[in-house]
Design a protein around this ligand. Structure first.
Ligand SMILES: N[C@@H](CCC(=O)N[C@@H](CS)C(=O)NCC(=O)O)C(=O)O
Length: 219
């Protein structure tokens, strides 16, 4: 098999989700850890004109946009299927991929996690007003998650790409103490995140930068 090269910063939940999928499929790949400053370079812009991570490269095949990469990892390689076959279940899985990108990421990751966890880790002051408003705004998507969760997984009885991407984002939210409090108050979500966090794929993909922040092994 030609070499699979994944470009990204290990803290990013989008990047982490693709690493989780590779591990769940048992597919060996190389990881090129890059910083945000690399995204605007000419070389990287040729890989992804939108200058976002991750990017997957396999010889002259280049793929960006996380849901597309996740689907490719599942469909191109042997191993346990990560997408349901039933059209309704597959529709639900895609719904969760959309919820991750459109609701959990902008507020839970780019506001709460960035300001409460990442900025202090990098020696910068968080904006407390952003933290405060994000804690209010993240309640609604977390309530939807709690209401719709059918344990042990988001869709059906097996792990799917929905658990992988939503799980990577909810892990970030859980690393902020305010997020952990909201999650612990939602028993189905807390149990789901806890069992995901114990999977080898989630453990091995947790950025070393975040390991000391992980509360009770849940991240
Ligand atoms: N739609 C993209 C979003 C990926 C994304 O936003 N990645 C973040 C890292 S978590 C990024 O590259 N941010 C850099 C920036 O916005 O400048 C995908 O699905 O891959």
């Amino acid at each position: 098999m030609s070499e699979l090269l994944l470009h990204g910063f290990s803290v990013s939940p989008y990047v982490r989700s693709t690493r989780i999928a590779f591990i769940e499929k048992g597919v060996t790949h190389c990881f090129n850890e890059i910083g945000f400053d690399h995204l605007a370079t000419d070389d990287y812009s040729k890989l992804n004109p939108f200058q976002k991570m991750p990017v997957l490269q396999q010889e002259n095949f280049v793929l960006y946009e996380t849901p597309a990469i996740l689907g490719y990892i599942d469909e191109a390689f042997d191993g346990t299927a990560l997408q349901p076959v039933d059209p309704k279940a597959r529709g639900q899985m895609h719904k969760w991929l959309g919820i991750a990108a459109n609701y959990l990421y902008p507020v839970g990751v780019m506001q709460l996690f960035l300001h409460r966890v990442m900025l202090p880790l990098m020696g910068n002051e968080p904006d407390e007003a952003v933290v405060e408003s994000s804690v209010v705004a993240i309640v609604q998507p977390l309530d939807v998650l709690e209401r719709e969760l059918v344990e042990p997984f988001l869709v059906g009885n097996t792990l799917s790409l929905a658990d992988i991407l939503v799980g990577a984002m909810v892990s970030c939210i859980h690393l902020a103490p305010e997020g952990a409090t909201l999650i612990q108050a939602r028993p189905k979500t807390a149990a789901w995140l806890s069992q995901l966090s114990q999977r080898e794929s989630f453990q091995h993909s947790l950025s070393s930068l975040l390991q000391s922040k992980s509360l009770g092994g849940v991240a």
